[in-house]
Ligand binder design. Structure first.
Ligand SMILES: Nc1ncnc2c1ncn2[C@@H]1O[C@H](COP(=O)(O)OP(=O)(O)OP(=O)(O)O)[C@@H](O)[C@H]1O
Ligand SMILES: [Mg+2]
Length: 232
């Protein structure tokens, strides 16, 4: 499935990240081998989206590295990006383009060569066949989300999928469809890293799943006790 024969691995190595003058996490580490589903857990504001952005290379950590196949993504740049799909929770779809045009543009930007027929099939997978020519700005939130997720169906060649809250705004059938798509990607040796606040049974076997709780890497707070002393 990869352009090279080498199996994909993605590793976070001692990541520190500060945002808005607040240290979000420090020493964050994990390694995902080929065929792994990684769920990032943690309460609102703990830094899950920020971590995903580090894993895409869109943002740089204050210290530490992200390694793809053992190499720093900051050095790999395009060689990593061609192997990676990122769908952020803001959808990344353009309101003034149709559903079909959105998938076409996003695919081209991601170096994926697809025919309109393949895009129509992808839109069919997310139940948007009848909306292919509709302006995305005129679709519902869940339908817009599905336009973004249609890219998954033309991205099986990309080993790494990074998905920020992919299940949000989807109806029950769409959640099940997405879970199955993610499980298929993991089964063919892909790495899927995602955030969610909803428990969802993806059907991925336990030995191919891991959870990274971002809050466990938050800097330890000083607790101020009633008499004014400090406990670390
Ligand atoms: N552009 C930014 N500039 C400064 N601080 C930011 C920026 N974006 C996010 N932050 C801060 O970083 C922290 C973590 O945000 P992030 O979006 O990574 O959290 P999250 O775990 O994804 O939360 P949620 O569950 O709500 O999606 C928050 O305190 C937020 O205020
Ligand atoms: Mg987030």
């Amino acid at each position: 499935m990869t352009q090279s024969q080498e199996l994909p691995t993605l590793a976070a190595e001692k990541l520190d990240l500060e945002r808005g003058e607040r240290l979000l996490f420090t020493g964050l580490e994990f390694t995902a081998r080929a065929g792994t589903l990684v769920r990032l857990a943690g309460a609102n504001g703990t830094g899950k989206t920020s971590l995903l952005r580090l894993l895409t290379g869109l943002m740089a950590p204050d210290s530490g590295r992200v390694l793809y196949k053992g190499r720093d993504i900051a050095r790999l740049k395009e060689d990593y990006h061609k192997d990676m799909l990122y769908i952020g929770h803001m959808n990344g779809v353009k309101d003034d383009l149709s559903a079909l045009e959105n998938v076409r543009v996003a695919s081209r930007m991601g170096n994926i060569i697809v025919t309109d027929e393949q895009i129509m099939q992808a839109l069919g997978h997310v139940g948007l066949t009848d909306f292919a020519d509709h302006l995305t700005g005129e679709l519902s939130q869940g339908q817009r989300r599905r336009v973004a997720l249609a890219r998954l169906f033309v991205s099986s060649s990309k080993p790494v999928w990074i998905l920020d809250e992919p299940f949000v705004a989807l109806d029950v059938a769409s959640v099940a469809n997405l879970a199955a798509t993610v499980a298929e990607h993991v089964a063919r040796g892909g790495i899927v890293i995602y955030t969610t606040h909803q428990e969802c049974d993806t059907g991925v076997p336990e030995e191919h799943r891991m959870t990274v709780d971002v809050s466990q890497f938050a800097p330890r707070k000083k607790k101020v006790c009633a008499r004014g002393g400090e406990h670390v």
